[in-house]
Design a protein around this ligand. Sequence first.
Ligand code: DLL
Length: 433
Amino acid sequence: MIWNRPMETMARKELQALQLQRLKALVERVYHNVPAYREKMQAAGLTPRDVQSLEDLRRLPFTVKQDLRDHYPYGLFAAPMREIVRVHASSGTTGNPIVVGYTRRDLDTWSEVTARTLACAGADADAVVQVSYGYGLFTGGLGIHYGAEKIGATVVPMSGGNTQRQIKLMQDFGATILACTPSYALYLAEAIQEMKIPREKLRLKAGIFGAEPWTEEMRRELEYRLQIMAIDIYGLSEVIGPGVASECPVKNGLHIFEDHFIPEIIDPETEQPLPYGEKGELVFTTITKEGFPVIRYRTRDISVLHAEPCPCGRTHVRMEKVSGRSDDMIIIRGVNVFPSQVESVLLKLGLTEPHYVLVVDRVGSLDTLEVWVEVSDKLFSDEVRNLEKIERTIQRELESLLGLTARVRLVEPKSIERSEGKAKRVIDRRKKQ
Ligand code: DLL
């Protein structure tokens, strides 16, 4: 199902003409309304008239998270406050949060793109969408909420948490689409199993899962446990929230809604743009936003762009599943490790439960990595010899993938904290020192 066929299947030439027209308007807007953007452009010797083609985008300076912090809270807004009708914020670990603002038209744009996302998962007016992303300053809950209403679906605005109740209402209200983080979907799946609810009692058909990295193996796990189609959806508050990109049922990359967001991939070290097919950092320019537009925003998310046509008919480029954020990446004895690499090994082997956490510590001057993984009740009461064998197998697989020795510790069922939102995959004990 394609929500906005003219836009989502537009011939690329036509799409590029539209992007250019919108990009020019954006540059004018920020140059005149946002002193910080004007100063940066002036420092680079640029005026809006220097942007005459899509290639000229590359001449514009990047925007980074620190710029947002420096101009906290409203310094980068490009519309007067009386036109801002909503703000959202993302917490971040240190310092001021990131604050983003939306005009009424931005909220329309946002519901348009999340409607597209939901349509990718097969939602229509008959759908019942259980929104279990958090409501509040986080963009997940309200973002999906308005897209679902736009489609005319029935929205069940659950927000995160209260797992037993989620499951009761999922049955009683007949949810067909579940929207939450993949880690919370796993928690829900586990609870459904424990409550011994027969699958026929649920009407679930699809899940739109995002807001954190997850692997193909985790997709298979969720699709199997919940008997649904699991779709990856991507977004970030600074760009709009959910609704930046979404997989279609082909599940081969996420279409970026390019009539609103221009993506680039850059080499994070040299900051040079990379061609399609090469891996690097995702950068976005929002070409239709009024309240809080961004120019060349560096996401820190690692992905690859593909421009080949997709069998679904959409013409918008696809980004590969995000393999991790540079902030999530841990460096152990010089080796870069992403939690998603560990996840893929654990789930591929299938010897344990899909609940894990990476524990990083420092012994003397040496960094150590431990991987804690849960095992089932049955296995946990098995002979020590068997458990040790499993530990060794996982250790070997991790070593050959990462080129690093990680100690594997099998832990008791339910001893790793379940997530109701974004999962915490890393405990870094080095930071306490
Ligand atoms: O997480 C927006 C969102 C809500 C997306 C609901 C999808 C569903 P932030 O809290 O600002 O916004 O976090 C954005 O989360 O830069 C990525 O690192 C990560 N992220 C989001 N979606 C995915 C995904 C929301 N599908 C940050 N795969 C982004 C991997 C994701 N990482």
